[in-house]
Ligand binder design. Structure first.
Ligand code: FMN
Length: 206
């Protein structure tokens, strides 16, 4: 029998495979997040476009406050217009090693000014510069011009302040679906659905 510890289980046990799941899914989210480095996780944010089609894109998960999942973006982006029309959203987070996935369905609302400022302050210089230069007009420029403007901006403003267009969202879940593999048994999912009495959970096949 293979005695190599399963990487998911080795990181503190995986409640998806435990016989008794935690009553509060937030405990499971916290145990899956990489501590202080939560913003190293990427997630797919799916919104609903004006024709009713899902539209998905990758963003960085910028935090989890014990209830809500946060991400930050440009106020002029399509996701922001779509969320203004319909705040229902799905978040799909895949852990890099491919042994865990979390799908959240919920409702997005604007992050607070403090949450936006904290997320902006934590960005590396490249992403702060991107928050300034990543405009529709800039995207249409020839490559040489984009490189020139980028170099000029980075030289003049190596640590630019938060731009007006910087915004963020906090997603409050009403359903959370945790998927985990083990290598020792079939993958399975643990679904939590919010009810009037709190959270109800059930197991589903992977
Ligand atoms: C690895 C990766 C990380 C990204 N992180 C973000 C992010 O945190 N925020 C963001 O607005 N866009 C991020 N993007 C760009 C988005 O995927 C997307 O192209 C952009 O937000 C515009 O999307 P929209 O027009 O659908 O609103 C990232 C892209 C990649 C590939």
């Amino acid at each position: 029998m293979d005695s190599t510890p399963d990487p998911a289980t080795a990181r503190g046990g995986d409640a998806v495979h435990a016989d008794a799941p935690p009553a509060d899914p937030a405990d499971l989210v916290r145990s899956w997040l990489p501590g202080e480095d939560a913003d190293t996780l990427l997630m797919t944010v799916s919104t609903v476009d004006g024709e009713g089609y899902p539209r998905a894109r990758t963003v960085r998960l910028t935090g989890f406050d014990g209830e809500r999942f946060l991400f930050h973006t440009d106020a002029r982006s399509r996701k922001v217009a779509e969320l203004a029309a319909d705040p229902r959203v799905a978040l799909t987070i895949l852990w890099p090693e491919g042994t865990r996935q979390l799908v959240v369905q919920g409702t997005a609302c604007a992050a607070s000014d403090e949450e936006k400022a904290r997320a902006y302050a934590a960005l590396p210089p490249y992403l702060k510069q991107l928050a300034w230069l990543n405009t529709a007009e800039h995207a249409t420029l020839p490559r040489s011009e984009r490189e020139r403007r980028w170099a000029d901006f980075a030289r003049e403003r190596p640590d630019p302040p938060q731009p007006h267009g910087w915004t963020g969202f906090a997603v409050t879940p009403h359903r959370m679906l945790f998927w985990a593999s083990t290598g020792r048994a079939a993958s399975r999912r643990l679904e939590y659905a919010r009810s009037a009495d709190g959270w109800e959970s059930r197991h589903l096949p992977g």
